[in-house]
Design a protein around this ligand. Structure first.
Ligand code: SAH
Length: 466
């Protein structure tokens, strides 16, 4: 194998110096990340990600995640802080992924970051991403160029206001317009564009909450319209009359609670996973006690994906890896937990099918899950149905709460106005949802994974109706 030697050396070089990948994450839909972006993110030790990058995307990767966005005042990263952070991790020999919304070189300050890396002799590569203009164009059916109508397109910025330019092109796309739409429209008209020219504002392009406003230069200038970031303004004759009825708006949007995303085919649905986990739920003392006496447990029972993720997070913090678990049997419930375990190089001793809680006992009995001493890594909301089923089969169960459930820190709450269906995958998910959202709007269809979940849903959300 001729490649084996150079590859090994390359890796050794990376270890000593560190290496940075500046990656474009695309405009929002996580599937718009490139294959190359995905590969390097899988390799990254550290991921520094921006505001516009969805947490759904970031969470797929194992590197240490550092949010460098500006939404939260307490974590206000200025560009200098980001540069520092890039250098700090690279100097420790890490593979650093710098993940930015859209494309790093389109209003993305990627240019400034490579200057710093060059200056300090850190190696880097740039992985392009789909810029917001391309995302908005495709997901709202606005061709940016069109034969006989538009033969040129310009990407411009609406910020700062005193730098607004109106280039000589057939289609204009303005970024960063949330607070300057009217200034841009005025500038365009002042440059001699006709009041009848078509205009579209695309908010949250390619995301579940994509929204489009259309009009002409003349009427949008008169309208007081609030535009929320992120939004793009597109101006030109190529804007069709049918864009509000585009292919993307016809997809059903399903909010998924729990790990059952795979049930929903992304060709048919826009899947909006509800991210509700947070790390600060673990009782550190209890975690250490359990790890210290881990051999006392004949079985480590992982009821879902997150229980695996957090268990290994704490295990690594405790200074151990999977070899420490050589005396334990590892059981998983459901495919998501099993495949997460495999990410840590472990094949479960037993993969139990995730069924309705009322069927748990039968399944567990059939598989001989009886008379074990079990550690059950889980969230602070313990699945009482599962614990009861295990205890009924004479298992001794110790729940180990590793994470608590709340809205993800830098995520905005999901806007239920855009949701057509909510899917609850377990009674615990119903409780978690109630924790974050008091009620469910009438127009939303609710579906549940099984009878027990249905009962829990009715008890929690429909009890007032009798
Ligand atoms: N590098 C990014 C742009 C960063 S500047 C890219 O290539 O797309 C930030 C601006 O990008 C926002 O103010 C908004 O104008 C635009 N933008 C980014 N994501 C967007 C989205 N999903 N929908 C609409 N506009 C978006």
């Amino acid at each position: 194998m001729t490649t084996a030697v150079p590859l090994h050396n390359e890796k050794a070089e990376i270890q000593s110096k560190g290496y940075v990948y500046i990656i474009g994450a695309g405009p929002g839909d996580p599937e718009l990340l490139t294959l190359k972006g995905e590969r390097v993110l899988c390799e990254a030790d550290v991921i520094l990600y921006d505001d516009l990058v969805s947490s759904e995307l970031v969470e797929r990767f194992h590197g240490l995640k550092i949010y460098t966005g500006k939404r939260k005042d307490n974590h206000h990263f200025e560009q200098d802080d980001i540069n520092e952070e890039l250098l700090r991790h690279a100097r420790q020999g890490k593979i650093v992924a710098r993940l930015k919304g859209g494309d790093p070189f389109v209003f993305g300050r990627g240019g400034e970051e490579i200057e710093v890396l060059r200056k300090h002799g850190i190696g880097y590569e740039i992985v392009p991403g789909i810029t917001a203009a391309y995302g908005a164009s495709a997901y709202s059916e606005i061709p940016l160029t069109m034969r006989k109508i538009s033969s040129s397109v310009a990407f411009c910025t609406g910020h700062p206001i005193n730098k607004i330019k109106v280039p000589d092109a057939d289609t204009l796309v303005y970024y960063m317009v949330a607070s300057s739409v009217h200034d841009v429209l005025d500038a365009v008209v002042n440059k001699g564009w006709n009041d009848d020219t078509k205009v579209a504002i695309v908010q949250n392009a390619t995301r579940y909450n994509q929204k489009i406003f259309t009009g002409t230069l003349g009427d949008l200038r008169k309208r007081e319209k609030a535009v929320y970031s992120p939004a793009l303004l597109i101006i030109g004759a190529n804007i069709n009359q049918f864009i509000e009825d585009n292919w993307y708006s016809k997809k059903k949007k399903v909010l998924i609670t729990g790990d059952d995303e795979v049930r929903f085919n992304r060709e048919k649905y826009i899947v909006v996973p509800l991210r509700t986990h947070r790390v600060d739920g673990a009782d550190q003392k209890m975690v250490e006690q359990c790890f210290c006496g881990i051999e006392e447990y004949s079985v480590l029972f992982f009821p879902n994906r997150l229980s695996v993720t957090y268990f290994f997070k704490y295990l690594h913090e405790y200074g151990k890896d999977v070899r420490y678990l050589s005396k334990n049997k590892l059981y998983t419930l459901g495919n998501a937990a099993a495949s997460e375990l495999q990410n840590y190089g472990v094949i479960p001793d037993l993969c139990l099918e995730a069924v309705s809680p009322s069927e748990h006992i039968d399944i567990f009995r059939n598989k001989g899950v009886e008379h074990e001493t079990m550690l059950l890594p889980c969230s602070t909301i313990i699945d009482e149905y599962l614990v009861k089923a295990l205890i009924a089969l004479k298992n001794k169960v110790t729940p180990l709460c590793l994470y608590s459930l709340a809205n993800h820190e830098q995520d905005e709450t999901i806007d239920l106005d855009f949701i057509d269906e909510i899917y609850f995958s377990s009674p615990t998910c119903v409780q978690n949802f109630k924790h974050c959202y008091q009620s469910i709007p009438e127009k939303i269809t609710v579906t549940t994974a099984n009878n027990t979940t249905e009962t829990a849903y009715r008890r929690v959300f429909r009890s007032a109706e009798g």
